[in-house]
Design a protein around this ligand. Structure first.
Ligand SMILES: *[C@@H]1O[C@H](CO)[C@@H](O)[C@H](O)[C@H]1NC(C)=O
Ligand SMILES: *[C@@H]1O[C@H](CO)[C@@H](O)[C@H](O)[C@H]1NC(C)=O
Ligand SMILES: *[C@@H]1O[C@H](CO)[C@@H](O)[C@H](O)[C@H]1NC(C)=O
Length: 215
C-alpha cells in the first residue's frame, strides 16, 4: 500500500518537472531593447527568423537626447549586417560579430515556474507566463546568464534579460506578436546597401534560402 502511494508521489513529482515549450521559429513583434553598457534604448519592429538566423529591425535608437532611425538587416549565417540610416540616407555594411540571439527557451534551461502577469483574480486581467533561466558558455567562451518569460500558451516571448561577461546586460520586451513573416522580402537589403550587380541578383543572394530536404 505504502509502496503504491510512494510510486504515485514519485510519478506526480516527475510529471511536474516542466519541459521548456518551443517558441515559433518565425514571427514579428514590437520590440523594446535596453542595453546597459551603451545606455541605449531601441524601439522598433522586429522580424525574427530562427530557421535562417536572420533579424530585421526597423528601429528608433535613443542615446541621451539624440534619436536616430535605422533599418537593420542582420544575416547571421552570412555574418553580415546592413544598416541603413534614414536621416543620412546611407547604408553601411558590417561584419556581424555578435552571436545570433535566440529568443526561444534553451533545452537546458531551468524552470522558475509559472505566474500571472497582472492577476488571475478575474478572466482577462492576467496573462499566464512560464519563466526560465540559463547559465551557459558560448563558443567564444562568453559566460551568459539569461532569464525570460514566455506566454504559457503558444510559447511567445514576453521579456528576455541577458547578462554576458563580454556584451553586458540587455533587456528586451516584446509586444503585439504576429506569427510568421508578413513579407519574405524584409530580409533583402535596400538598393543603397548593395552594388548594382548584387541588387540585380538580390533574390538569389538574399532570398529565403532553399529548404533542405532530408530523406
Ligand atoms: C552616413 O552619413 C553620416 C552623416 O553624414 C556619416 O557620418 C556616415 O559616416 C555615413 N555613413 C556611410 C556608411 O556612408
Ligand atoms: C547561474 O549562476 C549564478 C551564479 O553562479 C546563480 O546565482 C544562478 O542561480 C544560476 N542560474 C541558473 C538558472 O542556474
Ligand atoms: C574560458 O574562460 C574562463 C574564465 O572565464 C577561463 O578560465 C578558460 O580558460 C577559458 N577557456 C578558453 C577555452 O578560452
Amino acid at each position: 500500500m505504502n509502496a503504491i502511494l510512494l510510486l504515485c508521489v514519485v510519478g506526480f513529482v516527475a510529471a511536474q518537472q516542466p519541459q521548456p515549450c518551443v517558441t515559433p521559429q518565425q514571427w514579428e513583434a514590437n520590440l523594446f531593447d535596453y542595453s546597459e553598457p551603451n545606455r541605449f534604448m531601441v524601439r522598433g519592429r522586429l522580424s525574427y527568423d530562427a530557421t535562417n538566423h536572420r533579424e530585421r529591425l526597423l528601429e528608433e535608437v535613443e542615446v541621451g537626447n539624440d534619436r536616430e532611425y535605422y533599418d537593420v538587416i542582420a544575416l547571421f549565417d552570412l555574418q553580415t549586417e546592413f544598416i541603413y540610416n534614414y536621416k543620412a540616407h546611407n547604408c553601411s555594411r558590417q561584419p556581424l560579430t555578435r552571436p545570433w540571439r535566440d529568443f526561444g527557451i534553451r533545452p537546458d534551461a531551468r524552470s522558475f515556474g509559472e505566474a500571472y502577469i497582472g492577476t488571475s483574480a478575474l478572466p482577462g486581467l492576467g496573462l499566464l507566463v512560464t519563466m526560465w533561466g540559463t547559465n551557459h558558455t558560448t563558443p567564444s567562451n562568453d559566460t551568459v546568464r539569461t532569464f525570460g518569460t514566455w506566454t504559457y500558451r503558444a510559447c511567445l516571448p514576453v521579456s528576455f534579460i541577458s547578462h554576458s561577461t563580454q556584451m553586458g546586460r540587455t533587456q528586451s520586451s516584446f509586444f503585439d506578436i504576429v506569427a510568421g513573416i508578413s513579407d519574405p522580402n524584409v530580409f533583402i537589403p535596400r538598393p543603397e546597401c548593395l552594388t548594382a550587380k548584387e541588387y540585380a541578383m538580390r533574390d538569389t543572394i538574399f532570398g529565403t534560402p532553399a529548404k533542405k530536404f532530408t530523406k
